[in-house]
Design a protein around this ligand. Structure first.
Ligand SMILES: O=C(O)Cc1cc(O)ccc1O
Ligand SMILES: [Fe+2]
Length: 476
């Protein structure tokens, strides 16, 4: 295990709840009572407000946090541009790159580990839409890091909220609001602007990031599901206040601003928040806690039932980004083609695999740490082998996805691919189409046999002959 350069606390203490008002003090009495900005804050601290929404955002959407810290975040030298030739993650109108908008079905082999770089330099923009300068759209990053961040540094993104989907390793994330340990099968959200330092207690890490340039993540509505289910609010964990005292060493604050890297110096630690209260904070969630629901009668439901977090657009039910997972689950649907249907979607679908195998693909081409993109209206579905198996298997209850976790970033936007994502990474599979579709054969027989029509409750088939389907009453 590499030396972290700073002490990793033995215990991580969290506060439970999504969208809750949280408060935490690392020293008793550090939080002022019944006032946010007293003339003299307790313990000689400074007051500082961190706004995650406009001051006037409606109450239900408003997100902000009050920090009580040893020195304010503003006390630093001017920012200077850094690594301007190598660090460009803004393919919007201000970036050197442009999105490649292509309708092809795309699939990537697993992205390489890179043991040399730290968290900040591990970020590779692979796809996305929009532009952080206009606060619209999203960026999809791959990260692979093997080095700890300099203990005298902190990083923040002014571009959006970072939804981190860890694929390999463990992330120790020291944030201004406290420590978060992200373990395998966990995700973490670090909202725009929150300074953090990432170390790697178990060695190299790899994963995916959805950076949300507009709005914030919310839990999906549950509608007729009722008041519990899917990702439950109490399973989201926010950190508790944790601070360091250091006003002698020089610290570097790195900012990702419009996709470019900037650095400023300060002679005090950015991690000096002794207490905080509010609604704008980082949090983590263990995907293993997801309460997966599904069909207990017939048909394959829309994957929206697997939504963990959603970033709504201005149009109800239409997400800038949905984070959807495919956890281990029982399939029991009768008289049903159980894998995903063949489909074309007005939304774009970027998928990744944390571990295991995705039950909708048997060909083996979709591997952990790999990815796929099926853009707006790009047709896709089960590969030929999956289709063959699923059309002929006996429909006993079966558990799929044991030991596996695939996910999807689904967006209402057309998702472009960067030059790195399309070419420089050298991971795009040449043979994806051929491998998936060449084996598909027509089975159509006008007036022939084998039509797997569902039978009436009276046992007489509605059409075709010889289909070995079970009787299901819904068809009468
Ligand atoms: O394409 C995919 O594999 C993702 C997906 C899964 C599903 O169960 C239904 C629709 C869908 O897009
Ligand atoms: Fe799909």
């Amino acid at each position: 295990m590499p030396s972290t350069g700073f002490k990793v606390p033995e215990r991580y203490k969290y506060q439970n709840g999504f969208g809750s008002y949280h408060e935490s003090e690392a020293v008793d009495g550090a939080l002022p009572v019944a006032t946010n900005s007293p003339q003299k804050p307790p313990l000689g601290l400074y007051n500082e407000k961190l706004s995650g929404t406009a001051f006037t955002a409606p109450r239900a959407e408003n997100q902000q946090t009050w920090l009580y810290r040893i020195l304010p975040a503003s006390a630093h030298s001017p920012f200077e541009a850094r690594e301007t030739h190598t660090f460009d993650t803004n393919p919007g109108i201000h970036g050197k790159e442009r999105w490649h908008q292509i309708p092809n079905q795309l699939r990537w082999d697993p992205f390489d580990m890179d043991e040399k770089v730290d968290w900040v330099h591990s970020l590779r923009l692979v796809a996305g839409a929009g532009d952080p300068t206009m606060k619209s759209g999203l960026g999809i990053f791959i990260f692979a890091a093997g080095a700890n961040m300099d203990p005298h540094s902190a990083f923040y993104s002014a571009d959006g909220d970072l939804l981190i989907v860890l694929q390999h390793g463990v992330l120790n994330i020291k944030t201004e609001l406290g420590m978060i340990l992200v373990r395998p099968n966990e995700i973490c959200v670090i909202p725009r602007g929150i300074r953090h330092n990432v170390t790697l207690p178990s060695g190299p890490v790899r994963g995916y990031i959805l950076e949300l340039y507009q709005g914030h993540f919310a839990l999906p509505e549950l509608g007729p599901i009722g008041s519990n289910g899917l990702a439950n609010a109490r399973d989201f964990q926010a950190p508790t206040a944790y601070f360091e005292e250091d006003t002698t060493n020089t610290y570097t604050v790195l900012a990702k601003f419009a996709g470019h890297l900037f650095a400023a110096k300060q002679n005090h630690t950015p991690f000096d928040v002794v207490a905080w209260h509010g609604t704008y904070y980082p949090y983590k969630y263990d995907l293993g806690r997801f309460n997966t629901l599904g069909s207990i009668s017939y048909d394959h439901p829309d994957p929206s039932i697997f939504t963990v977090l959603t970033a709504p657009s201005d149009h109800a039910g239409t997400a800038v980004a949905d984070f959807v997972i495919f956890p281990p689950r029982w399939l029991v649907a009768e008289a049903t083609f159980r894998p995903p249907w063949y489909h074309r979607n007005t939304m774009s679908e970027f998928m990744g695999l944390i571990h295991g195998a995705y039950d909708a693909k048997t060909g083996g081409g979709f591997q952990p740490a790999g990815a796929s993109l099926h853009n707006v209206m790009s047709a896709h579905g089960p590969d030929a082998v999956t289709h063959e198996k699923a059309s002929n298997s006996s429909l006993e209850p079966v558990k799929v996805g044991e030991g596996s976790m695939a996910f999807m970033f689904e967006s209402c936007y057309m998702v472009g691919v960067t030059e790195w994502g399309l070419r420089e990474c050298r991971k795009v599979q040449e043979g994806y189409n051929a491998e998936s579709w060449e084996g598909l054969r027509p089975h159509f027989r006008r007036g022939g046999t084998g039509g797997e029509r569902v039978e009436n409750g009276d046992g007489k088939g509605e059409g075709g002959e010889g289909g070995d389907v079970k009787q299901v009453p819904h068809y009468t």
